[in-house]
Design a protein around this ligand. Sequence first.
Ligand code: HEC
Length: 112
Amino acid sequence: MNAKREGLVAGIALLAVFGTAHAQGNDASASMLGFAQSHNCMSCHSMSRTFMGPSFDSVAHRYAQVDGARTTLARRIVEGGVGVWGPVPMPANTQISSDQAVALADWILSLR
Ligand code: HEC
């Protein structure tokens, strides 16, 4: 399977997960964690502990009251960023499509 096709399959899987998110919240969240693991996010992030990058819990807290956080975070996930949490940059994650980035941002923001 080539990378492009894998991305497509992952995108379809994500849509399926979000279509049923209300019915099965925990399963959907577990699937997003699996997606984040398989896309390298968890080599720098953890759910509740800061190491290379901020914990996803603290990201959720920080952006809880921020308008447009979903869009901002989705863009940062794809393009990378630096200086918001500290001097360590997050490299661009070019393997993530913008739809996948929005799904990841929604998931992270739901972690409070
Ligand atoms: C090489 C390490 C690394 C990888 C891989 C990585 N990140 Fe990050 N991430 C960071 C660092 C460092 C920061 C803090 C950047 C800053 O201070 O602006 C960060 C910040 C973030 C933020 C907060 C952005 C903000 O502006 O507040 C989110 C959300 C995030 N990462 C999600 C992800 C997701 C989702 C993935 C996987 C697709 C991922 N990261 C992969 C290191 C990484």
